[in-house]
Design a protein around this ligand. Structure first.
Ligand code: SF4
Length: 361
């Protein structure tokens, strides 16, 4: 019987170790590069053929590897390995814009319905609102009611809210319960860290975090807790930029951008429609920068499960430089605090991030 890797198990090789992305169960498993080599180069062969290839010098290790793979249900054996085609890793979507970030402010408040309408006409499905000031439940409800009443194609709304003591205990859970498109509410600056799953929708969450997102400069942190492992996000990351692909954003001043943290804008909502800004020659320029093109990341085993950040880079002058706020070193496999890395000092000062770092200490 011949070795077959389940087609929803994707191998990703890093410089000094690899991972199996289990896209059926949405998790990852670290493996040594020697196991990657066996799985990648010897699939469709019998165990005996594999052992012979290595001159029977590593039989015990190969048996251990096979036990590990079988226990985790990553492999099976068949006499017809060619009957099991590999995963199609193409990514496609039928809308030009899939997601949006709106940084709420008095400027945005006066045009929020216009913005939602424009996002609707672009068939944008995911909209995240970030609030840097306290916001009333009435305002949140008005936004959700508009999306619902006007039957906009927005499937998922996310609110990132500053903790507000005037909220009653049931205010946010009720909002989630009453508006099925509200998928996630994150309350930052909270005195607790906890996640509450909606009673009516398994996919909707209320998250309280003691972290502080008081400015757009807080964005772009790369951490294992933000890794996303599912077939859509992984194949998108293999083919496009995992943060900016098909994203349109509006900053607090109403400037239309790829991401509110970025410098370049493509007009202002006061005098430019979202559709007009999309026709700017530079609007798509980050969409196809994959992690395979980014220095250091291209050697990292996590490159298809972590997000990217093009707004804050280790070398601000290099469009292909590693995200500034990543402390992972794929050559040593160690995570270190990015804020204290001396090699990042210049970029931290370039982006004027000292306040962010002090606030998160
Ligand atoms: S080195 Fe790059 S790919 Fe690896 S975790 Fe950091 S940002 Fe992600």
């Amino acid at each position: 019987m011949k070795l077959v890797l389940h087609s929803n198990c994707l191998l990703v090789k890093g410089y000094s170790r690899s991972i199996i992305c289990d896209l059926g169960r949405n998790n990852i498993k670290l493996i040594p590069n020697s196991l990657y080599e066996i799985l990648n180069n010897h699939k469709g062969q019998t165990i005996e053929e594999i052992k012979t290839f290595y001159n029977h010098q590593h039989d015990e290790v190969i048996d251990e590897y096979m036990d590990f793979l079988s226990e985790n249900e990553f492999i099976f054996f068949s006499n017809h390995p060619n009957s099991f085609p590999e995963l199609n890793t193409k990514w496609s979507y039928n809308t030009k814009i899939t997601n949006s970030i709106i940084d709420f402010s008095p400027v945005i408040a006066t045009r929020v319905f216009q913005i939602l309408n424009e996002l609707g006409s672009l068939n944008c499905e995911f909209v995240q609102f970030r609030f840097y000031e306290k916001v009333s439940i009435i305002t949140l409800r008005k936004i959700l009611k508009f999306v619902k009443d006007y039957k906009l194609p927005i499937k998922s709304v996310e609110f990132i809210l500053k903790n507000n003591p005037i909220y009653e205990q049931n205010d946010l859970p009720t909002l989630i319960k009453n508006f099925s498109r509200l998928m996630r509410v994150i309350v930052y600056n909270s005195d607790q860290d906890k996640i509450i799953r909606s009673e009516v929708n398994d996919n909707a969450f209320l998250v309280y975090t003691s972290e502080n997102y008081f400015s757009e400069k807080c964005c772009g942190v790369i951490h294992q807790k933000y890794f996303t492992v599912n077939i859509s996000s992984v194949t998108e990351a293999m083919n496009h930029n995992s943060c900016l692909n098909r994203k349109i954003s509006i900053d607090r001043m109403g400037n239309i951008k790829n991401c509110p943290s970025m410098f370049q804008n493509y007009g202002n909502i006061k005098n430019t429609t979202l559709k007009e800004s999309l026709s700017h020659k530079d609007f798509n320029k980050y969409w196809n920068i994959t992690k395979d093109q980014i220095n250091i990341c291209k050697d990292c085993e996590f490159r298809y499960v972590c997000t990217d950040c093009r707004a804050y880079r280790e070398n601000p002058k290099d469009i292909h430089s590693k995200p500034l706020k990543c402390g992972y070193n794929p050559y040593t496999n160690k995570w270190e605090e990015w804020t204290t890395n001396p090699l990042k000092k210049e970029a931290i000062s370039y982006y004027n991030m000292k306040e962010i770092i002090q606030n998160n200490d």
